[in-house]
Ligand binder design. Structure first.
Ligand code: ADP
Ligand code: MG
Ligand code: MG
Length: 265
């Protein structure tokens, strides 16, 4: 059981304060949906948790199982079990899905780090051994109904929305993060692709893993049942409740959030 606690988090980019006191606790076994209007700072929060160097934390803290992670670089946070799926996955022609995943897994499991430490001494590979990796990848592809040929294709190169989502799910399945943050991973998807990501999340939502599901639309919440839904507005969480909060947003739109919370500041 792990806890990721965000306490009074303030963060700035180029001297503009974007996050203005975020309080949020994620626990393993829970799915927390975060909804809010465009520009409210949801992606900023995701990047700050993941340790993107562009953002400066000016106040508050982020604690993983009671320990601050603010001094950790992004790759250390990934090794500690924090995963961020980007809103717009990049295509990397020339790098296969398998190679991409092997590199990512090797980083997160510390092979790369270990190889750096060994430099000058006995130098091991900085990657997870191929056979071991292959065995695991094949097992995961079977478990997640991904065609074996998929591993040889170039990463996201000409992928359909559904195929991109398959890669994302496979990546999470291989990395086995404690906390997965999905930033509008459902935006612009057709129904089949939405199902891929929703089924993946449901399968990956084990008692030892927590999810922060950032979404603009209620739609994915028809397939993934969140334990909590929070509304994000102007750099902070302004309301938290159960799934009914998402339905209310769906009915009343984001204009209502603005009306209600603008005056409250
Ligand atoms: P959301 O994901 O909720 O749409 P963002 O976190 O992307 O919101 O953006 C919040 C605000 O921060 C916006 O006003 C945006 O212009 C600003 N912002 C985000 N990233 C940067 C950046 N790298 N440089 C300057 N401003 C940024
Ligand atoms: Mg945005
Ligand atoms: Mg965003």
């Amino acid at each position: 059981m792990s806890v990721l606690e965000i306490r009074n988090l303030h963060a700035a980019v180029e001297d503009n304060e974007i996050l203005k006191g975020v309080n949020l606790t994620l626990r393993s076994g829970e799915i927390h949906a975060l909804m809010g209007p465009n520009g409210s700072g949801k992606s900023t929060l995701a990047y700050v948790i993941a340790g993107h160097p562009h953002y400066e934390v000016t106040e508050g803290d982020i604690l993983l199982d009671g320990e601050s992670i603010l001094d950790m670089e992004a790759d250390e946070r990934a090794r500690a079990g924090i995963f961020l799926a980007f809103q717009y996955p990049v295509a990397i022609p020339g790098v296969s899905v398998a190679n991409f995943l092997r590199t990512a897994v090797s980083n997160v499991r510390g092979y790369t780090e270990q190889a750096k430490k060994n430099e000058g001494g006995v130098i091991g590979s900085n990657l997870m051994p191929m056979r071991e990796f292959r065995r695991e990848l094949n097992a995961k592809m079977k478990e997640y109904n991904v065609d074996p040929s998929f591993a040889r294709r170039y990463l996201n190169d000409g992928f359909s929305g559904g195929e991109k989502k398959r890669t994302e799910v496979l990546q999470m399945a291989m990395l086995e993060p404690k906390f997965a943050i999905l930033d509008e991973s459902d935006s612009g998807l057709d129904i089949d692709a939405l199902r891929v990501v929703a089924d993946g999340i449901n399968k990956l939502a084990t008692p030892d893993r927590g999810f922060l599901l950032i979404t603009h639309y209620q739609r994915i919440l028809n397939y993934v049942k969140p334990h909590y839904v929070s509304i994000f507005y102007d750099g902070r969480i302004v309301k938290t409740g159960g799934p009914e909060v998402a339905h209310m947003l769906e009915e009343r739109g984001y204009g209502w959030v603005e009306q209600e919370f603008k005056d409250a500041q």
